[in-house]
Every structure is written in structure tokens, then in C-alpha cells.
Design a protein around this ligand. Sequence first.
Ligand code: NAD
Ligand code: DAU
Length: 342
Amino acid sequence: MRNLMITGGAGFIGSNFTRYVLDRYPEYHVVVYDKLTYAGNLDNLEDTAERFADRYAFVRGDICDAAGVRETIRSYGVDTIVNFAAETHVDRSIMDPDAFIQTDVYGTFVLLEATRELGLERMHQVSTDEVYGHVPVGALQETDPVAPRSPYAASKTSGDLMVLAYHITYGLPVTITRGANNIGPYQYPEKVVPLFVTNALDDLPLPLYGDGLQVRDYQYVLDHCEAIDLVLHEGGVGEIYNIGTGTEMRNLDMTRLILELLNKPQSLIQPVQDRPGHDRRYALDVTKIRALGWEPAHTCEEAIAKTVRWYVENEWWWRPIKSGEHYQAYYRQQYEGREIES
Ligand code: NAD
Ligand code: DAU
């Protein structure tokens, strides 16, 4: 495992993972294969392209394009695929699920077929805690049933099931990780934490869905990257690993903390109509990944504080995104007229 194809490597977690791997393994080569959708951004990898010019390459391509995937694998002598490529935003999946089915389901199938045909050493699927659906009590293990409730979650679940089916049917060497909410550098500001931080910096309202009492496990992206690395190298083939801090935070408390850290008034919180089918609580049992020797270096609070600092210090990265026409149109469609009286 020395030649990695990191699909979706120009996105948030994929770019953090690419930098992490090149830093950690001086003998590894990485080719990032990414379609550069609205969420893909070569700015996320600018420093990486410079620092690791001899071991890093970028190919613009779609994981649904079987010929493009095979050509890249052959050209770069790829032995391992780590698949981050996906449509990832739940709200967009509610507005327009089509691309989610294409990329998260069909694209995953294309990568599996390429892995099978070209005899790769590993195909790792980066998945999500959303496959388990809403968790009323307790914390779910990898063996618990999946019960996705949004088009995004259903598409990721379908991808997971296909990955497992390829392991069972063809003996494909696969692994799956199911991560809780990631936060940190280079996260597109449609996701709640970067959205709220950047809105607060501009004294704009923070649109909190419903009563804000939904529960998430906000983990630092590099903790997640370390765990994926561990699974790639030490994980059992055919196995699934949950990844998260194993703790919980209410959205309202996350929002209050961001405002406190930025010294902004709590009155910026603007309750808005809830997301349809909103999963109220996610909770992962992380015993299995901890048994491999992994522990997160950050609590949710520390992860939020570090993320807030990054967005304060890196306006060059997010201002062009937020002022762009694509983002502005999305924001209007998503939030206009959605306010509710508190
Ligand atoms: P992101 O939206 O920031 O990035 C996705 C990347 O995939 C972008 O660079 C985009 O251009 C690329 N992409 C999309 N469709 C593609 C296609 N058809 N072919 C090639 N590239 C394509 O996503 P992220 O938040 O970094 O998430 C990465 C992965 O991790 C996803 O699979 C997601 O489901 C999973 N995940 C995310 C989180 C989270 O909190 N963000 C948590 C758990 C799991
Ligand atoms: O749990 C892992 C998942 O986390 C990943 O698989 C997804 O790719 C990623 O988008 C994320 O999904 P969520 O739906 O949990 O993340 P999001 O940032 O969209 O929302 C987090 C919580 O904040 C959720 O309860 C909805 C709420 N929220 C979100 C937005 C965008 C708001 O209250 N207001 C908002 O404007």
C-alpha cells in the first residue's frame, strides 16, 4: 500500500487526509481524483501541491466514469483507493437527490468494479454515522441495522451495502469507516459549524433549525483522518469501524459556544423551520476503533475552538466562496423566508 488514489481529495476531509498521508508516509505517492463539484476546491491543496510536488498528482475526473478511473489507476500504479468522493450535504439531497444517487451509489460501484478488475490491494469506503438514522437512546455498534432517513443517508447506505456485497461475493479487500460530524479547516461553509462561524464574523443571523436540541458528535477532522489511516493499515478486511469522540453536543450549545468564542451576541441566533426528516440524534459506539489503539486528540469543544480560530485566520479561503454566485443562490433558496418567531 504505497500508491493511493484519493477520490474526492479536493474536498474537506479528503484534502486534510491527503496532506496527512503525504506528511506521515514519506514513501507514499498520492493521486487525488476529483470532479471539482461546487464542494471541490484546489485551494484546499495549494500548499500540498507545492510541498509534495514529487509525490502528489491531481487528476480532474468523475468516479462515475469507469474509463477515467481505470486510466488513472493504470497511469499512477495505484494499489489502494480511499473513497471520499460524494455529494455530502443533507439539505441539498432534500432539494435535489439526483447527483447523490449518481455519485454515492453508482460511483462507488464503479470504484468497486475497478478494484476487482485491476486487482487492487484495498478499497476503503469513507462512510457516515447517518446510515444508522436517528438514534433515540444508547449508542450504535457496527453490527446494528442501518436505517437511513434522508436521500443523502440512503445513498451512502447503498454505497456501504454494495461495498460489503463485493467483499462477500468476490472476496474484495474492502474496509468501511462510519464517521460522525467532522469540523476543521477547509469545510465548505454550507455545513453548520463553518456557516455559523462565518455568519457570526459578519454579524449575520445563525439559522438554527427547529428547537436546536438535535444532538451531534462534532469531531476534529484530523482525528478522523488518523482513524482512517489506522483502519487502512491495521483494520480487518471486510470490517466496518465507527469513528467519533463518542460524546454528544446539542446544536444550541454548539451555537452558543461559537458566539462566545467570537465574542458575539447570542441574539444572532435565528430559529428557522426545521429540516424535513431531521435526525434528532446520532450516537456511535466507538469501542471497536478504540480497540485498534485510536483515541481522538480533541473533545467536541476543543474541535469547535480550533475550527473557529482557523476560520478567523483564513478569510482568504472562505470569503471568495461565500461571495460567489453559486453560494449566494444556494443560500437564498435554502434560507429565505424560513425564519420562525422565537
Ligand atoms: P465535501 O463535500 O467537502 O467533498 C466532496 C468531494 O468529492 C469534493 O471535492 C467533490 O468535488 C468530490 N466529488 C463529488 N462528486 C464526485 C464525483 N462524482 N467524482 C469525483 N469527485 C467527486 O465532502 P466531505 O465533507 O469532505 O466528505 C468526504 C466523505 O466523507 C464523503 O464520502 C462523506 O459522505 C464522508 N463523511 C463526511 C462527514 C462530514 O462531517 N463532513 C462525516 C462522515 C463521513
Ligand atoms: O454525521 C455525519 C454527517 O455530518 C456527514 O455524513 C455529512 O456529510 C455532513 O454534512 C454532516 O451531516 P449533518 O446533517 O449532521 O451536518 P450539517 O452541518 O448539515 O448539520 C449539523 C446539524 O446542524 C444538524 O442537526 C442540522 C443543523 N443545522 C444545519 C444547518 C446547515 C442547523 O441548525 N442550521 C443550518 O443552517
